[in-house]
Design a protein around this ligand. Structure first.
Ligand code: IPE
Ligand code: IPE
Ligand code: MG
Length: 252
């Protein structure tokens, strides 16, 4: 029997327990309206609020949002610095509310590249919400799936140097403990707005058996109705995890 972490098959499929989102299309949303791209990012923050609230109401336990990829540094300096400012402002403004709403905030990614003020705000926000458990909100910032896989390997070897001489002793379950979202179940539903059908170096390890939903709408327009459409589509999936359809019906 092959041991694979994807064998931990979720039992309830009516609401995805973990939703991971690539919030794409902010720039095009703005350009269509003859606005600077940055206006699209500002509107994107409002969509984050709506979706967070809707996820809470629907009983989603983990919401993971891709806010800035390790590749996004390639954008014009002006856009990058606006995104950083927006991140700082949003943290300053929203943390009280998150705390009251029972949301636990975590940020994953290589945070060392951010300015010290932003790093400080992130750590403070994480600490202030760490006792919360209603909804786990994770922001992926300066995140890349390959970075995650690599840092996990480095962390594993740092913690267990003796394993370098016995690599066969490393299995998926042990290795996965060092990934940056080790505390979360793998995403059940992935949503990408903006029309592109690609993963763009998001959670590449964790998305192995996730249902992938793509929609043409731009992120600033995304709301509870759009989320429900994605959930409706998700309910129609048969998550076989390698089994046959008949086996899935018997096991249910
Ligand atoms: C996603 O929207 C937000 C970030 C990457 C920060 P984009 O800025 O990629 O919007 P488009 O794809 O150019 O429309
Ligand atoms: C992916 O969006 C990253 C975020 C949403 C933060 P991009 O718009 O940067 O993705 P690509 O590069 O076009 O695939
Ligand atoms: Mg984009």
């Amino acid at each position: 029997m092959v041991t694979s972490s994807t064998l931990s098959i979720p039992s309830d499929v009516s609401v995805p327990r973990h939703v991971a989102v690539i919030m794409d299309g902010n720039g095009r949303w703005a350009t269509k309206r003859f606005l600077p791209r940055t206006a699209g990012h500002a509107r994107g923050v409002q969509a984050v609020r709506r979706v967070l609230e809707a996820c809470g109401q629907r009983g989603v336990e983990y919401l993971t949002l891709f806010a800035f990829s390790s590749e996004n540094w390639r954008r014009p300096e002006e856009e990058v610095s606006l995104l950083m400012r927006l991140f700082i402002q949003t943290l300053e403004k929203e943390v009280d509310k998150l705390e009251r709403q029972g949301v636990r905030l975590r940020v994953v990614g290589d945070l060392s590249a951010f300015e010290p003020k932003l790093q400080g705000l992130i750590h403070a926000a994480e600490r202030r919400t760490e006792a919360n458990s209603t909804l786990n909100l994770t922001i992926a910032a300066n995140y890349g799936g390959r970075w995650d896989i690599l840092q996990a390997m480095q962390a594993l070897l740092r913690a267990r140097p003796e394993l370098a001489a016995r690599p066969e002793a490393i299995d998926e379950a042990l290795y996965a403990q060092y990934l940056s979202m080790a505390w979360a179940p793998e995403p059940d539903l992935f949503i990408r707005t903006g029309g592109e059908q690609r993963i763009s170096n998001f959670l590449i390890w964790q998305l192995a058996y996730t249902e992938l939903y793509f929609t043409d709408g731009y992120w600033p327009d995304f709301d509870a109705k759009e989320l429900d459409a994605a959930f409706e589509w998700y309910r129609g999936r048969e998550r076989r995890f390698g089994r046959t359809s008949a086996q899935v019906s018997t096991d249910a």
